[in-house]
Design a protein. Structure first.
Lengths: 130, 190
């Protein structure tokens, strides 16, 4: 993964609620810091976790490789497929500091989160998040 | 659907203790005594395969059902133990430690200014009032080493741990104060 993408990226609580489809709720006083998705990218690893009413859920993690503008996610403990079966292929672009993914193909349901909207480096304006 | 699959992986995790631990910058207190190099500021740990129980397991059985689920410490514990800071507008729901106990698995995570950190997870057995933590991904020590032995007690709905012995530094978190089921009064947390 390019070093410029390493670290944490965030989606707001609206994405948590949307992806949760009625089963995941933000706290009754939702703020940018108590309800969000977090994508963590390392050199060869990724994880997606979220914070919501029920606390922290470290849902999914695995490995990742990047080839130019394509990023491939695999070995996900969440998807529970062996490599090849659980491969998720996406293109990525960084526009004005916001990270966007576009689905190429994925046998797992990562796209619901990854492509939900653009990922930002901060939870709230001016507050470092990653 | 994501949430449906999420439930699947949660139960899966409870059964097999699978998963990896993104390692945050603030959990340096653990690294110092776990035989692990200083954590990177941004690189999470690589995915770690499941821990397979072996003949050297400490004696005991699954976590009692009454203890299964999430338990919380407040933001004060986060700042004290991790050195990380709470958000500028700290509330019970944006800065806390979370201990998740499954039948045979545990994980400790926290949320603070830098977002979510999942520094530690592994397996656990309970033998009467003793709870033994082992195979911690964070500590990086497999059985028979790396065993953390604690007694536990549940008093007025608050879970307390007392250190017996531990070659890792889990006690900083586990015994910091009593673990509650809720983040704020009346709000289900687990």
């Amino acid at each position: 993964v390019p070093s410029q993408l390493w670290g944490n990226w965030y989606l707001p609580g609206a994405a948590v609620v949307q992806v949760g489809e009625g089963t995941i709720h933000c706290p009754s006083n939702p703020t940018p810091t108590n309800c969000f998705f977090q994508l963590t990218l390392g050199g060869s690893t990724w994880s997606i976790s979220y914070l919501a009413l029920g606390g922290i859920d470290a849902t999914s993690q695995g490995n990742v490789v990047a080839n130019r503008n394509e990023m491939d996610f695999y070995n996900s403990s969440y998807c529970d497929f062996e490599m090849g079966g659980g491969l998720g292929r996406y293109t990525w672009r960084l526009t004005a500091g916001v990270l966007y993914f576009t689905l190429i193909s994925d046998t797992c349901s990562r796209a619901l989160v990854l492509t939900n909207r653009g990922w930002t480096r901060t939870l709230v304006a001016g507050q470092p998040g990653g | 659907m994501w949430h449906a699959a999420n439930r699947s992986i949660q139960s899966h995790t409870l059964r097999k203790g699978r998963g990896a631990a993104p390692l945050g910058i603030a959990f340096v207190f653990l690294a110092s005594s776990c035989g692990q190099s200083t954590p990177s500021a941004t690189l999470p740990l690589p995915a770690v395969p499941s821990s397979t129980p072996t003949a050297s397991l400490p004696p005991g059985g699954p976590v009692p059902e009454q203890l299964v689920g999430n338990w919380y410490l407040p933001g004060a514990s986060v700042t004290q133990v991790s050195g990380d800071r709470c958000p500028l507008d700290p509330t019970p729901t944006n800065c806390f430690f979370q201990l998740m106990l499954g039948g045979s698995t545990w994980s400790i995570s926290y949320v603070a200014l830098g977002g979510i950190q999942v520094p530690s997870q592994g397996n656990v057995v309970v033998n009467s009032n003793e709870m033994d933590f082992y195979n911690s991904v964070y500590c990086g020590i497999q059985l028979p080493a790396g065993l953390g032995r604690f007694t536990w007690r549940l008093t007025a709905g608050v879970l307390y741990f007392t250190l017996i012995s531990d070659t890792c530094t889990r006690a900083h978190v586990l015994t910091n104060s009593g673990w509650a089921r809720t983040l704020v009064a009346g709000q289900p947390g687990g």
